[in-house]
Design a protein around this ligand. Sequence first.
Ligand code: PSU
Ligand code: MN
Length: 305
Amino acid sequence: MKVHLTSDVRKALKSGKPVVALESTIIAHGMPFPQNLAMARDVEQAVRAGGAVPATIAIIDGKLRAGLDVAELALFAEQGLSIPKVSIRDMPGIVAKGGTGATTVASTMRIAALAGIAVFATGGIGGVHRGAATSFDISNDLDEFARSNVAVVTAGAKAILDLALTLEVLETRGVPVVGFGTDEFPAFYSRQSGHKVPIRCDTVGEVAALMAAKWKMGLDGGVVVANPIPAADEIPAAQIEPAIMAALADAAADGISGKAVTPFLLKRLTEITAGRSLAANIALVLNNARVAAGIAAAFAEHQRD
Ligand code: PSU
Ligand code: MN
């Protein structure tokens, strides 16, 4: 199916210039208004400053879209939770009914791959939830990493998840997890998690070479580029962990399940930390956008050689 591109995204892709995909669930469900709108604009700006063209991905009126205008970004930011969160499972229904939806990491990866965009910046990927042995709550993001040829720059995964099991599933799916300038898988708000990454890259060129090697061998699927939150913005694990425990207890008490879990936990964390988790979240997304622009530029150069 065709992806509708803005003219700057189309031109960039046609001429082999770097493009960075961005997701819309983080705007509509990941942060409150108006911080979400400022974040969405600032992230696009960070990608441009890094020499790449931003392509925020969403489904609008049943059309797969890469590249949104200012009014469309504002729509996702203002309407927030009233716009459905659309993962792979939900895409057929939304497209068939001509609906509008915010795309998750999984569905953004799929649309990016369809459009020919190889690099995507987000905040944090979904993963295996704590208690998954009984809830079976494992994000579809992990399955998509086995399918779509897209490198995703993420601040690791949130400690609301079970990071050890998340890394196990990524291994099972054959997904390289690259520590960008680190030996440890970062824990979103914190730079360290105690879990080692299987491979470390210290430059964007090394990441681009890994992507090229993977896909040249016919090893389809994505790459996790785990980029730690800047030290100045991090919340040490000992400080965020009690807030996470409280948010998880609230989710259990309120009977939250399915796709509502991640947005609920993010919102509760912002409340419990009096906005500190939100500030950290915004800082790490911007940092990921800068690194993604560099990787996209290095990968574009690699493709030309
Ligand atoms: N992690 C964040 N912020 C987010 C999400 C994850 O720090 O907004 C969103 C992403 O869109 C991700 C989705 O793909 O949550 C995962 O949801 P679930 O756990 O329901 O698969
Ligand atoms: Mn889930």
